[in-house]
Design a binder for this molecule. Structure first.
Ligand code: C2E
Ligand code: CA
Ligand code: CA
Length: 673
């Protein structure tokens, strides 16, 4: 009762309210700063502890000082400046000790003890402040009240700090703040109730007006200190949130295009499938692969490649509607997810994706379209988990890549098996050479006019331990795709040279060379090396190359061919008339032979057009002075037509099937031919 009556009868309540504002706001920021001090490490921990101590000490001191100025007394009052300052330092120092020790999280300093230290600091500050307060009168102290005030401060502060540290509940911050306010206010007014002043004559000498002004000024400075703490806290919160968001963005998004990355895609797909399972949704998983991205990269440089990717990624991101998701999952690979109910909506989505990858891309001097292949797998019918769906969408996508007429393919079961077989073949192909499963067959080539042997084409055979003979038409494309062709091709070249060296008659051999061999590695060097190693005469070697091999990287291919030719090796253009066949190719490189594709020989007897083309190619060869060899000659009639038309050489089942050891190379037949 004495405390309450002390508050209401002996104080200026306006100033008390001001003290309360400073006290509550100061305590609130103190515990926010304290929380940060506990969470941080190293120098940051010290920094936050310092801010906590300054905020707490200043709030306590300001509350006390304003309340002292609010204390209305009839006797004159003065303040000792040194002791007043000292009381501020005691407050800040004591709080630094209490909060600082607690922030270190040392087992030897439980939060209750640290809180009690802070409470004792508040009390010390109060009584130092009281010592600075000089009243002209008789001052009587009640020891019981003083003891009670110190106890209140220590116990309630201990509870406040404990609440803040031990119970990370939702409201514990405000509970701690409340308790701390109670500790400060409780101490102050219990401490004030402990004093009884009997004025000595000099009435009303103190200036109320001046005291009120000082109180307001002190409150202003106190609030500014508190404001500084609030600002520091807010800046830190903002920076942390910013950094977190940036790190999260970096972890989940692709740096180049800004699209979600593979990790993000997997996470998203798992989440979607989880929901789809419970809600019985249908979800499409879509794989997208650019078709001609590598060309842009190779021909125009990586910078151009990056630009093209950015443009396409921008389009993909821009076409999304709610419930659609697209990510960049690899170099030129993207993936999308869509929840759909109507098949029509899904088709609409794939059409938009198709448009995005097929539209022209233009920047700087570049203008072109990368094109793209799209594969779709559906949940639940095509797979129940993310891994299966993604792999099936990929299989569908590869089919779309092969199928020139369709850019979008949906997964189909039987295609899965074919692709799987292809995969296992790829793995086996890598070991075939080591296991000695390859062998070479030779097919004779004859001069049409005389029937004499002009050479042998070398044809690769794979004797597979389980499947038996695998056709080169089946495994060569696979070897090209996985790059194994480079090694296999070198084996073919070396083995053919060695085998042909043992022949009785020094016939020429024609070795097939793939586009991949010509554009990857240094093929001309390989040829040179093999010739030197085996001692095979270069004039006996011919390289067969299809036109598509030159088209893919013209400059490089032509350079390699010129170097091979410089060794004395001849070069034939294979399958002429079947693929691209531009006269331009014949003009840019002086081939030594044109091999007319076997489809023309087949058409010779019935097809008037085939005959016309054969005639035209023969005329062309004649005028360019390049001999023409007709492939696939199976009948006498075909051969006689070719003879009349003036074809120089022929090859085909009629003249000889490909075989292990060319019979014509054996001694007795060599003499006969
Ligand atoms: P290609 O270079 O056009 O080889 C000629 C193909 O026609 C051979 O098939 C040969 O057996 C076949 N052939 C020969 N005469 C006739 C005929 O009268 N009628 C018919 N219908 N076909 C005939 P093969 O041996 O299955 O080779 C297929 C393709 O595989 C070759 O086509 C060639 O492009 C490729 N290839 C074979 N060996 C190698 C190699 O060592 N390296 C590379 N890169 N490719 C090879
Ligand atoms: Ca050939
Ligand atoms: Ca051919």
């Amino acid at each position: 009762m004495r405390v309450i009556s002390c508050l209401f009868t002996e104080h200026n309540l306006w100033l008390v309210a001001l003290a309360a504002v400073v006290c509550v706001s100061g305590c609130a920021i103190t515990f926010s700063l304290f929380h940060r001090a506990r969470k941080r490490t190293g120098l940051q921990k010290h920094g936050w502890s310092f801010l906590t101590a300054v905020a707490a000490g200043s709030s306590i001191w300001c509350t006390h000082f304003i309340a002292m100025l609010a204390y209305e007394i009839t006797a004159p009052v003065t303040f000792d400046p040194v002791l007043t300052m000292l009381s501020l330092l005691v407050a800040i120092g004591g709080c630094a000790l209490g909060f600082g020790l607690c922030a270190i999280n040392d087992k030897r300093c439980p939060p209750e003890l640290c809180g009690a230290l802070v409470g004792i600091a508040i009390a010390s500050m109060h009584y130092t402040g009281m010592a600075a307060y000089h009243v002209y009168g008789l001052v009587e102290w009640s020891a019981a009240y003083v003891a009670a005030s110190v106890a209140i401060a220590a116990v309630v502060s201990a509870l406040a700090v404990r609440e803040s540290v031990r119970r990370p509940r939702r409201h514990s911050h405000w509970v701690a703040v409340g308790l701390f306010v109670v500790a400060i206010v409780g101490l102050h007014f219990t401490g004030m109730a402990a004093v009884h002043v009997i004025p000595m004559g000099l009435e009303g000498a103190s200036n109320k007006q001046a005291f009120a002004s000082i109180a307001v000024a002190v409150a202003g400075v106190g609030l500014m200190v508190i404001g500084t703490g609030v600002a520091a806290y807010m800046i830190d919160t903002h920076v942390s949130a910013d950094t977190f968001a940036r790190l999260q963005h970096m972890a989940l998004n692709d740096a180049l295009t800004g699209l979600p990355n593979r990790a993000h895609f997997s996470e998203y797909l798992e989440l979607k499938l989880g929901r789809a399972r419970t809600n019985e949704w249908t979800v499409a998983v879509i794989g997208i692969d650019l078709d001609r991205f590598k060309e842009i990269n190779d021909l125009y440089g990586h910078e151009a490649g990056d630009k093209a990717l950015k443009i396409i990624a921008g389009r993909l991101a821009g076409l999304l509607e709610p419930g659609e998701f697209v990510a960049r999952v690899g170099g030129d690979e993207f993936a999308a997810v869509k929840r759909y109910t109507q098949m029509e909506d899904l088709h609409n989505f794939t059409a938009r994706l198709e448009k995005a990858v097929h539209e022209m891309v233009s920047f700087d001097a570049f203008k072109g379209s990368t094109g793209g292949s799209i594969g779709v797998a559906l949940f639940p019918q095509d797979g129940s988990d993310a891994a299966t769906l993604v792999s099936n969408a990929d299989l569908a996508m590869y089919r779309a890549k092969v199928d020139k007429d369709r850019a979008v393919c949906f997964y189909e079961k039987q295609m899965d098996d074919a692709a799987r077989a292809r995969k296992s073949l790829t793995a086996e192909l890598r070991h075939a050479a080591e296991n000695g499963e390859f062998e070479l067959h030779y097919q004779v080539q004859n001069t049409v006019s005389t029937g004499a042997i002009s050479g042998f084409e070398v044809l690769l055979r794979w004797r597979h331990p389980q499947r038996g003979m695998v056709s080169p038409a089946e495994f060569i494309p696979i070897a090209e795709e996985c790059g194994a062709i480079v090694e296999i091709g070198e084996w073919v070249l070396r083995t053919a040279c060695l085998e042909a060296l043992a022949w009785v008659a020094p016939h020429r051999i024609a070795v097939n060379v793939s586009a991949v061999q010509l554009t990857q590695g240094d093929f001309a060097h390989t040829v040179h090396e093999v010739l030197v190693e085996t001692g095979f005469p270069p004039s006996r070697l011919e390289i067969e190359i299809t036109e598509s091999a030159i088209i893919s990287d013209k400059a490089r291919a032509l350079h390699a061919l010129r170097r091979i030719r410089a060794l004395g090796v001849t070069i034939a253009i294979d399958d002429f008339g079947a693929g691209y066949s531009s006269l331009e190719t014949l003009r840019t490189f002086p081939f030594d032979k044109i091999k007319l594709d076997r489809s023309f020989a087949h058409g010779l007897e019935r097809d008037v057009q085939a005959k016309a083309i054969v005639r035209a190619v023969l005329a062309l060869g004649k005028s360019l002075e390049i001999p023409v060899l007709a492939e696939g000659v199976e009948t006498h009639e075909q051969l006689s037509i070719l003879r009349t038309e003036g074809c120089s050489e022929a090859q085909g089942y009629l003249l000889g099937r490909p075989g292990r050891i060319p019979a014509q190379a054996l001694p007795e037949l060599a003499k006969a031919s």
